[in-house]
Design a protein around this ligand. Sequence first.
Ligand SMILES: [Zn+2]
Ligand SMILES: [Zn+2]
Length: 291
Amino acid sequence: MRLDHPYENLAGGQWLRGNLHTHTTRSDGRADPQVVIDHYARLGYAFLMLSDHDIFTSPADYAKLDAKGLVLIPGNEVTAGGPHLLHVDGDRLVAPVPLRQEIINAVNASRGFAIVNHPNWHAHFDHCTASQLAEWVGYTGMEIFNGVIARLDGSPYALGKWDMQLARGRRIWGFANDDMHDPEQDLALGWNVAYVTDRSVAGVVDALRKGRFYASTGVGIDRISVEGTRVRVEAKEAQRIVVYQKTGKRLAKADASVLEVEVPASAGYVRFECWGAGERFAWTQPFFVAE
Ligand SMILES: [Zn+2]
Ligand SMILES: [Zn+2]
């Protein structure tokens, strides 16, 4: 038995923080694109995707703005006609046809990848149901945290729906994004920290596509190491670390800033949650049990 996971050979690169989901005055955001970029640059972010509703932000659009040192990823949020999806690193606008599987296919036929957004939005937590997540194929990730939903109906968290898919053997990465609409309320609520060897759109997108990142709402992970079937996670900002296995069952926990576990073959997968002070978390991607 071995573990299949995205954190192998972390060398020669750096951890970069970024948000893939923000709106601007081009759709229903309060701030114009340059102001949004300025906010994230000021906060020390390294990458950002402007993801307006069904309005594609292209490299040519970015060229008219001052990137302020940020890696700016082309894309948009596919919105009309059904559950929302992020089209990351798009090369064109994909039409928001009602059939989401067709959109995911079109995204994959472009150079980009798709993320399912805020599954637990709405009073019945059903913006995107567990059945839809199970039915659709070819999407790369889902938002396990979406900041703006913290002030709307539903829940910003979707860890349960993630575990349900992982337990079915699906390889889906968990993303944390702001979904920033209002800089006064939605800035720096959730982000992704990617291990990037080439600080460019291609380099950041490659890391995200392969799951070489963790999602966070405030806790940083200092070290992820795997030796055989042992996984060790260190996060000095964590007060508790919890390890989940198949179907969301807890495998281990410690009130400490480091936790090392031996992954049993029966686990299916494990993932680590690092709980910090207040409402601050970090989530690793899953480590899958492979033959
Ligand atoms: Zn949305
Ligand atoms: Zn959005």
